[in-house]
Unconditional design. Structure first.
Length: 337
C-alpha cells in the first residue's frame, strides 16, 4: 500500500501540472517505486489518470479522466519468438528511459511482481536463471512463470504449467528426488517390474496393481503437432502430466478420435448413401403409431399390418403364463418321473 503522505504530496504536485513518475520522485526526493504505488492508488480512486506518454513514460494528470493513449505494445521485433518463428500478440508493459542521461538507450519498465523498475535485459536474464537447473535457481522463483520475462528472453510461447521442470512422477503424481527414464519414480518403477515378472518381493503374484497398457497422446506445442507414445502407462492422466512436465512450449491438448471414426467427419470422403438404385415410392402405416416407414419400389412386396389378423385375449394370455410357471415349478419339485 502506498504511503499516505507521499500520496497526498503527489496529488498536490499534480494539481500544479502534469508530471511523470521520475519528475515527481525528483521533486519529492523519494524512490520512483514509491511514487508509482501512490499513482496506482490514485488512478484506482479517480484521483489521477494518464494523459500521454513521453518516451513511453506515462504522464499523469490530476483528477479523473479517460486515459489516452492505451498502454503500448512492444514492437514486433521485440515480440518475436525465435523458437516458433512466429510473432505473438503479447501485451507488454510500458517502457521508458531513465531521465538525466543515465543509461542512455537502455529501456526500463515497472515490474509488478518485484515492485521495482528494471531493464529489459535484466528481466530476461532473471527469467532464464529461474527456469534453469542451476543451484541458485530458487532465488529467482518469482520470475519463473512470468509471461513478460519469457517475452524479454525471447520465449513467449513457453510452458506456464506448474509441473514444468519439476521432478514429479507421471504415474503417482508425487515429487521425487530422481526419475527413472525421466518419467516415473523408483517406487512406480519397482511396482511395474513386479507386474512384468509376475511376482513381488515375497514371491507372490501382485493383485492390487493396475494394468499397464500402451497409450499415446497427441497435442500441439510450438505450432507443431506432436505425438508421444508410452509403452507402459496406467491411464491418460499419466500422459497429460508427462506432457505438462516435459514440454518446453505451451501445449494444447484435445481429444483425438480414432481412425475408425473418420467416416463421421463431414469431408465428403465417404459415401453415406445406401444405393443409387433405391427409390422411395411411398409410406405405409406402422403399428407403432405415427411413425412412417419408407418402402423401396424394387422390393415388390405388399406390406401389411402384422397385428391386423391377430386376435388375442390379454386375460387368457396372462392365465396361460401363470399356469405354465406353476407347472414348471411343480415338475422341478417332484423331480423326473
Amino acid at each position: 500500500m502506498a504511503n499516505p503522505v507521499v500520496r497526498n504530496r503527489v496529488l498536490e504536485l499534480l494539481e500544479e501540472g502534469d508530471a511523470t513518475v521520475k519528475e515527481l520522485a525528483d521533486q519529492l526526493e523519494v524512490l520512483p517505486n514509491t511514487v508509482s504505488k501512490a499513482l496506482a492508488h490514485a488512478r484506482e480512486n479517480g484521483g489521477a489518470h494518464i494523459v500521454a506518454y513521453v518516451r513511453r513514460a506515462p504522464v499523469h494528470r490530476h483528477g479523473p479522466g479517460v486515459e489516452r493513449p492505451a498502454d503500448p505494445v512492444a514492437p514486433d521485433e521485440e515480440r518475436h519468438d525465435a523458437s516458433n518463428a512466429k510473432v505473438h500478440n503479447v501485451q507488454m508493459p510500458v517502457y521508458f528511459e531513465l531521465d538525466g542521461g543515465l543509461l542512455p538507450g537502455v529501456r526500463h519498465f515497472a515490474c509488478d511482481r518485484l515492485r521495482a523498475s528494471m531493464s529489459v535485459s535484466s528481466c530476461g536474464t532473471r527469467w532464464e536463471k529461474a527456469n534453469s537447473t542451476d543451484v541458485d535457481a530458487d532465488r529467482f522463483h518469482t520470475c519463473r512463470r512470468c509471461a513478460i520475462g519469457a517475452a524479454h528472453a525471447g520465449r513467449i510461447d513457453h510452458n506456464p504449467s506448474q509441473f514444468k521442470g519439476m521432478t514429479i512422477c507421471g504415474r503417482c503424481h508425487t515429487g521425487a528426488t530422481r526419475l527413472i527414464g525421466k518419467h516415473v519414480c523408483v517406487s512406480c518403477f519397482n511396482r511395474a517390474r513386479e507386474l512384468r515378472i509376475g511376482k513381488n518381493g515375497k514371491g507372490t503374484a501382485p493383485r492390487k496393481l493396475a494394468r499397464l497398457d500402451r497409450r499415446s497422446i497427441t497435442y500441439r506445442a510450438g505450432g507443431v503437432v506432436k505425438t508421444r507414445v508410452f509403452e507402459e502407462s496406467v491411464d491418460m492422466t499419466e500422459l497429460v502430466v508427462a506432457v505438462l512436465r516435459d514440454e518446453q512450449h505451451a501445449p494444447q491438448l484435445g481429444w483425438r478420435a480414432p481412425a475408425s471414426m473418420d467416416w463421421l467427419r463431414d469431408d465428403g470422403a465417404y459415401d453415406r448413401s445406401i444405393s443409387d438404385s433405391v427409390q422411395e415410392q411411398g409410406a405405409v402405416a406402422s403399428p407403432v403409431g405415427d411413425a412412417r416407414v419408407s418402402v423401396s419400389a424394387e422390393l415388390g412386396v405388399v406390406q401389411t399390418d402384422p397385428a391386423a389378423d391377430v386376435d388375442v385375449d390379454p386375460v387368457q394370455t396372462l392365465r396361460d403364463a401363470v399356469d405354465q410357471r406353476i407347472g414348471s415349478r411343480w415338475c422341478a419339485y417332484m423331480g423326473p418321473t
